[in-house]
Ligand binder design. Structure first.
Ligand code: ARG
Length: 281
């Protein structure tokens, strides 16, 4: 299994790009509609995202869960940013339920809102440019300790350092088990040069340095996002100590493997396009 993406939409898109080499790869690794279950009965420092730990309620109030089995972030009260490979394409779409305001997906106080419309990144064809916006049927109320917006970086100045990631996805490569409780981890920036070496061009699935940003423990592995975390934000603090989105969980070779960092959509590259698309939604 080289590159693992989870939606059948993506599989179709990849096929459509004519990149024959990609078809040999495993593209769907868990049911998008599998109900999240709590596979984490043992509290404590057990490594889990992969190699992370449980997030506290209110710690990442911008995190949302999408019903097709992806993550996302609140860009505006009625707009969620996610990965293009998580959605079915641009147009009216009432099929997605967005859960906000809760780390525990079964929290009775969780806020659930339906989608209204989706916009996929211009030019997205199954590789890179992996971002999309979801317009919600109604705005999410901003409640202290529950919900907040996550601004996106508009400069490359924050494309370095150590990032935060969070999600309800697998805690282990291949587990196919979505989590009931949000998990978090810290992943260091991996340079374009090192990421290029990690993902050489051949046979066709590779890293696009201008459009993607890599993170993880390059040598040791052990910490990463994984299946079901896609679309969620990679973030860090800005100079004023405020959370800022720098990436979107996109893909990787397995999860948390040594020498195989996580690959994220480079938000700084698309900041203008994202803002423009959001204004038009
Ligand atoms: N494509 C995966 C998803 O749909 C995300 C994979 C992230 N992988 C990684 N090794 N960082 O959930």
């Amino acid at each position: 299994m080289l590159r693992t993406l989870r939606s059948s939409t993506t599989a179709r898109r990849l096929t459509a790009t004519g990149a024959a080499a990609l078809m040999a790869l495993s593209l769907s690794s868990f049911s998008a509609h599998a109900a999240p279950t709590d596979s984490d009965p043992t509290p404590g420092p057990t490594p889990r995202v992969v190699g992370g730990e449980k997030a506290k309620q209110g710690e990442f109030p911008f995190m949302v869960r999408l019903s097709m089995g992806c993550g996302g972030s609140l860009y505006a009260k009625d707009i969620v940013i996610t990965a293009a490979h998580c959605v079915g394409g641009s147009g009216p779409d009432k099929s997605i339920t967005v859960t906000a305001g809760a780390t525990d997906l079964k929290d009775p106080k969780a806020i659930k809102v339906k989608s209204k419309k989706v916009v996929v990144a211009p030019g997205y064809a199954g590789q890179s440019k992996d971002w999309a916006l979801i317009k919600l049927a109604k705005p999410v109320k901003l409640i202290k300790g529950r919900t907040a917006l996550l601004p996106i970086t508009t400069t490359k100045a924050y494309d370095k350092g150590t990032f935060g990631v969070a999600g309800w996805g697998d805690v282990k490569e291949g587990a196919g088990q979505q989590q009931r409780h949000l998990r978090k981890a810290k992943v260091p920036f991996v340079t374009d040069a090192a990421c290029k070496r990690a993902y050489p061009t051949s046979p066709g699935v590779h890293f696009f340095p201008k459009e993607e940003i890599c993170a993880g423990n390059l040598q040791a592995g052990g910490v990463d996002t994984c299946q079901g975390d896609s679309g969620g934000p990679m973030f860090r603090k800005d100079n004023k100590g405020k959370w800022l989105q720098v990436g979107i969980v996109s893909w990787g070779d397995g999860c948390a493997r040594p020498g195989k960092p996580g690959v994220y959509t480079e938000v700084s590259t698309f900041a203008k396009q994202i803002a423009k698309a959001a204004r038009a939604l």
